[in-house]
Ligand binder design. Structure first.
Ligand SMILES: Cc1cc2nc3c(=O)[nH]c(=O)nc-3n(C[C@H](O)[C@H](O)[C@H](O)COP(=O)(O)OP(=O)(O)OC[C@H]3O[C@@H](n4cnc5c(N)ncnc54)[C@H](O)[C@@H]3O)c2cc1C
Ligand code: FES
Length: 256
């Protein structure tokens, strides 16, 4: 798939290092799907959709910093929508998000709500100033917030909010956030892993299932095409939460 040209219509700042980019094109994505964003002359990087025509980006390195220099009217290249996306199941669902990982969940929750599903959310952030999409989630249903420093909501990591919830009440659980946070939740809630859909990150190059960069040990799942949404019971048997491969294929820690 060749990139198509796209004009950025608007840029909104949500938190000190997080911005939403409104795209001129609605690519008709499903929540959990992603798009490869080509910042010309710099890099092409994967981003989840935070809405039908938006991506929400945390500035972490060269490509995302270059994207933050672009404003309304600038052009980028897009390949997508790509990947499998979340599947909505049941009547009562729980969303568990961390940081910018809340972006695809806000999109998912809005679709679930339109279908008449009951939506509860547990969201973890570092601090009050890092909270994003609070009003979007609160418009959907009960919302529990945690912050690492206790400046808003329950003090602690997202897992600290689990004590407020009875996970048996939910037909399906959806999770997205930093790998350490997702692993913390998934490994504490193993008995619910067969009804937990996790949107995960690996290092994407081709995003077409050809290069093998994103493969998950031990079964070689290609996260770019067979994911990025993978059932948690499969993740428990994989490298997830233990290590991940970088651009040169070597194993590294599960940060971010
Ligand atoms: C399916 C998927 C969905 C994502 N959705 C979002 C999102 O909605 N919002 C958001 O802010 N970020 C998202 N990311 C992460 C985003 O792709 C990285 O933050 C971005 O690529 C960093 O590039 P950089 O040059 O700014 O930083 P770098 O300094 O190059 O890297 C910083 C971190 O990003 C990772 N990274 C760099 N390039 C890639 C790549 N090609 N593929 C995967 N990881 C990479 C690195 O491994 C490192 O951990 C997503 C990643 C994946 C795989
Ligand atoms: S990024 Fe190339 S196979 Fe997944």
């Amino acid at each position: 798939m060749r990139p198509i040209n796209c004009i950025i219509q608007e840029v909104r700042s949500l938190a000190p290092q997080i911005r939403t980019f409104q795209l001129e094109r609605d690519l008709d994505p499903g929540p959990g799907q992603y798009v490869m964003v080509w910042i010309r002359g710099v890099d092409e990087v994967p981003m989840s959709f935070s809405g039908p025509d938006t991506i929400t980006v945390q500035s972490v390195g060269e490509a995302t910093k270059a994207l933050f220099k672009l404003g309304a009217g600038s052009s980028i290249g897009l390949r997508g929508p790509l990947g499998n996306g979340f599947v909505l199941r049941g009547k009562r669902i729980l969303l568990i998000g961390g940081g910018v990982g809340t972006a695809p969940l806000a999109f998912l929750g809005e679709q679930a709500s339109k279908r008449g599903m009951e939506v509860t959310s547990l969201l973890g952030f570092r601090s009050r100033e890092d909270i994003i999409f609070q009003s979007r989630f609160e418009a959907l249903g009960d919302t529990i917030i945690t912050t690492d420093d206790g400046s808003a909501g329950i003090m602690g990591r997202a897992a600290a909010g689990l004590k407020e919830l009875n996970l048996f009440e939910y037909d399906q659980i959806y999770i997205c956030g930093p790998e350490v946070m997702m692993w913390d939740i998934i490994s504490r809630t193993r008995e619910h892993s067969s009804k937990t859909q996790a949107c995960i990150n690996r290092y994407f190059k081709c995003a077409e299932g050809i290069c093998g960069s994103c493969c998950l040990d031990p079964d070689g799942t290609r996260v770019c095409v067979e994911g990025p949404v993978i059932m948690a019971d499969r993740l428990l048997e994989s490298e997830f939460g233990r290590y991940r491969r970088g651009p040169d294929g070597s194993k590294g820690p599960c940060r971010g």
